[in-house]
Design a protein around this ligand. Structure first.
Ligand code: SAH
Length: 569
């Protein structure tokens, strides 16, 4: 089947279309249903406010669109975008009862493929109007994954000749064309040539390049997209036949390799050994027979396979370690980047409670749950897995940089491991921290200068905590206490409050947030004078207001707590 770019956005305007939308979704992996917010509320996967704007934004981003409404509506919405040059994503109108599937735009981006897939799911015949497609049963100008058309303009001429009734000779391996309704003959004037060679196509030829070339680079030597392109040109090979940039494992941390692969638009994979000759790297990593050509500068070796290569089966990807914050607990407060990292993860590591919060997981994703105290060990384990080329996610609640795993990961990197750990693609995805989540429930107690303190003396001496409390209280900062109390630390909170009470009025506002964003969440507003440490446990966030923090009537709790942005006088 011809390749489709991204999963489509299935756009619905009303509840009556939702059933059809879900059937289409089931046939299109990764597709989301986008619903008009005023009519569907949160019944869709994504909401939008205004149809024209939404369709235009999707189109501009190149997202395939399946709109469950009249074709005319879609045409009017998209029309102003059509004069813009640039990629044209597939756009389809589907009758909301599923009785008609009408491909409108994106012939070269696979709209008919998508139309057929959707029509099959809805048990109807798609309204395909493209003549080449009708005649041949496939779009010759949109070859399947692994093949790229050499020249679109030339291809259009070729297809019109073919439509005039000529037969064609196929030179090379194009298995999908065997199913097409094209008359083939060895003596035909027209030729479809499948080749990685870059020679210009003649008028009577359709040249399709298989993505069958792997460019292996050496362990040292400069690597840029230009160098690889020059090596291909030198060998008379088409740049669009390049499928993979393959590097020795020792170059895993080299940003130039990453940049080159991105500029070339190909997958980046790594071989099993550190520094080896590029041609040896090819032999180690390519399991299919291939011809090798060495570039003049000897830094690049080109492996040409007999058929398109599957990048996933060559060496390993660059290992990735992403430390994500889940937010306080509910899905709505998790950043989309965190969700995306979790969805793409091969391995998820963390404290069991947090790993459970990070689901749903897909079959095949490996979960590594550990005790909350084993942070450094977990970080090291994460690096080791990433070094094997796995896509590793370490989870923290709230923000991973606030008394959580991000620092543990850097401590591990700073104090141990080897060069391989530095080759790992390390990323941190922030999250909504407990102080922010609690503050938002209460109103805006952190609306002016504030500080965040952990009252745990597990990893720092208690004397430092006391000193910081003194200074923060004297500076009239709002204070957010993390890890306020635990069974092993029973007296520390009382002592902390004693210090704060030395500087602040008993009437000072205090907010207690327990399990915010999780089942059984509770929010309490009290005062510094009335606060008892028995009201607090390790799942509680304590926010002590400044001299200006105040309450006003309203809000879900009967009063809002906020700190004005100004001081009197
Ligand atoms: N990285 C986390 C904090 C970890 S420290 C974050 O950014 O939120 C653990 C402490 O955070 C707990 O002892 C508690 O004080 C606070 N906490 C974490 N999640 C909470 C929640 N959902 N509600 C209230 N407090 C929470």
């Amino acid at each position: 089947m011809a390749g489709l770019s991204a999963p489509p956005a299935i756009v619905v305007l009303g509840r009556s279309a939702l059933g059809t939308a879900r059937r289409i979704q089931a046939a299109c992996p990764g597709a989301l249903v986008h619903g008009l917010q005023s009519r569907l509320g949160d019944e869709a996967d994504r909401g939008f406010v205004q149809l024209t704007e939404h369709l235009q934004a999707l189109y501009a981003r190149g997202t395939p669109i399946v709109a469950l409404c009249a074709a005319g509506i879609v045409i009017r919405c998209i029309a102003p975008m059509l004069s813009n040059k640039g990629a044209e994503p597939p756009v389809l109108a589907v009758a909301e009862d599923g009785s008609a599937v009408v491909p409108l735009l994106g012939g070269l981006a696979g709209v008919n493929v998508l139309a057929r897939r959707i029509a099959q799911a809805l048990s109807v015949t798609p309204a395909i109007t493209t003549s080449g497609e009708l005649r041949f049963g496939t779009c010759l100008l949109n070859p399947p994954d692994g093949y790229v058309l050499a020249d679109l303009e030339q291809g259009k001429h070729f297809v019109s000749d073919l439509l005039a009734g000529e037969s064609v000779r196929i030179d090379g391996d194009a298995p999908w064309l065997d199913e097409a309704r094209i008359a083939q003959g060895d003596g035909a004037r027209l030729t479809i040539r499948i080749t990685p060679a870059s020679a210009a196509a003649r008028r009577d030829e359709l040249v399709i390049h298989p993505r069958s070339i792997v460019a292996a680079v050496s362990g040292d030597g400069a690597v840029t997209a230009e160098i690889v392109t020059a090596a291909l040109a030198e060998q008379g090979l088409a740049p669009s036949s390049l499928a993979v940039l393959l590097a020795p494992r020792s170059r895993g941390a080299d940003p130039a390799i990453d940049a080159a692969a991105r500029a070339l638009g190909v997958a980046l994979r790594f071989g099993p050994d550190d520094a080896v000759e590029p041609e040896r790297l090819l032999a180690q990593s390519l399991d299919v027979g291939h011809e090798v050509r060495i570039a003049e500068n000897r830094n690049v070796a080109l492996g040409i396979a007999a058929a398109p290569v599957d990048a996933e089966r060559i060496g390993r990807p660059r290992g990735r370690l992403t430390v994500v914050g889940l937010g306080p607990g509910c899905a709505g407060l998790m950043a989309p980047d965190a969700r995306a990292a979790l969805d793409e993860a091969s391995d998820v590591l963390g404290y069991e409670t947090y790993v459970n919060m990070a689901g749903p997981f897909k079959p095949g994703q490996r979960l590594h749950c550990t005790d909350n105290r084993e942070e450094l060990q977990r970080a090291r384990h994460a690096f080791e897995l990433a070094c094997e080329g796995r896509q590793v996610v370490v989870v923290s609640s709230g923000d991973p940089g606030v008394f959580a795993m991000a620092s543990a990961v850097f401590e591990a990197l700073d104090t141990g491991g080897d060069g391989r750990w530095r080759a790992v693609d390390l990323r941190i995805v922030p999250g909504v921290s407990a102080a922010m989540a609690t503050a938002a429930k209460a109103g805006a107690p952190l609306g002016h200068d504030f500080c965040i303190l952990s009252l745990s003396d597990n990893l720092k001496p208690w004397s430092i905590i006391e000193k910081r409390l003194e200074h923060a209280a004297a500076a009239d900062l709002v204070m957010a206490f993390y890890n306020p109390i635990s069974r092993a630390r029973p007296w520390q909170l009382d002592r902390a409050l004693e210090i704060v009470r030395g500087h602040r009025d008993p009437g000072t506002c205090v907010v207690l947030g327990r399990d915010i964003g999780r089942p059984g969440e509770s929010l309490t507003t009290t005062t510094l004078g009335a606060l008892q440490s028995t009201q607090v446990d390790m799942r509680t966030m304590v926010i002590v207001g400044s001299s200006t923090t105040r309450t006003i009537a309203g809000g879900p709790n009967g009063e809002w707590v906020y700190t004005p942005r100004w001081y009197e006088g």
